[in-house]
Design a protein around this ligand. Structure first.
Ligand SMILES: Cc1cc2nc3c(=O)[nH]c(=O)nc-3n(C[C@H](O)[C@H](O)[C@H](O)COP(=O)(O)O)c2cc1C
Length: 193
């Protein structure tokens, strides 16, 4: 049981994503990262299937990631050059820390695929909260790099698996301003049956 609900509320009310390209060091150290991931794994999971995997990308693996992305992009877009490739380089190298979250649904389970995929999304949300709890900022990004089958395979995704997102973690360079949020009444209504 939480006995410090006001600080938990503050945590929930103040977390927001940062721009990965603006993140600076420090990122989480090894113990902090382990705890962030362990906290994120405390996620609702119908059937206790753990239908998700997290791949940590070490700092000295960023060049390998950049090459992987560029090779896969060129294979998909013959003749690609210049801006496209430098954007991929930038993507691969941004922020101090990078995790890749993969949805790995268990096939032929009685738990519907949708529920297993939602559980993977919940791990993603938990990662952002856990990073925030440790004083870091996170950013959940997808884009082409998340949907390239060649890139997914390089992260160990099998058939039916999907990259949920790249989770960049680090320190925010400046205070993050709040972004517009949906109006409560636009998205919440009493059941009017
Ligand atoms: C599944 C998913 C994928 C996303 N992919 C991107 C992306 O590729 N590029 C981007 O700018 N924002 C992306 N976002 C949005 C940001 O992660 C983030 O939600 C937004 O910037 C503000 O988030 P906040 O409410 O946590 O502050 C994605 C969000 C989700 C849930």
């Amino acid at each position: 049981m939480f006995n410090d609900t006001s600080s938990l509320r503050t945590h929930l009310a103040t977390r927001r994503s940062g721009k990965a390209r603006d993140m600076i060091t420090p990122g989480p150290d090894a113990d902090q990262l382990h705890d962030i991931i362990a906290l994120a794994l405390r996620t609702p999971d119908h059937g206790k299937l753990a239908p998700w995997r997290i791949v940590t990308v070490a700092g000295d693996q960023r060049d390998i990631l950049a090459k992987l992305l560029k090779d896969a992009w060129i294979a998909d877009n013959p003749g690609a050059a210049g801006m496209d490739l430098s954007a991929l380089d930038q993507f691969a190298h941004q922020a101090p820390t990078l995790l890749v979250l993969i949805s790995t649904p268990v096939k032929d389970s009685k738990i519907p695929l949708w529920e297993q995929q939602m559980s993977a999304g919940a791990v993603g949300m938990n990662l952002l909260h856990a990073a925030h709890a440790h004083g870091f900022v996170g950013s959940w990004l997808t884009g082409w790099a998340a949907y390239s089958p060649a890139v997914a395979k390089a992260f160990g995704a099998g058939e039916g698996d999907t990259i949920v997102g790249y989770f960049f973690l680090g320190t925010a360079a400046a205070d993050l301003s709040e972004r517009p949020r949906p109006e409560y009444d636009d998205v919440v209504r009493a059941w009017d049956i």
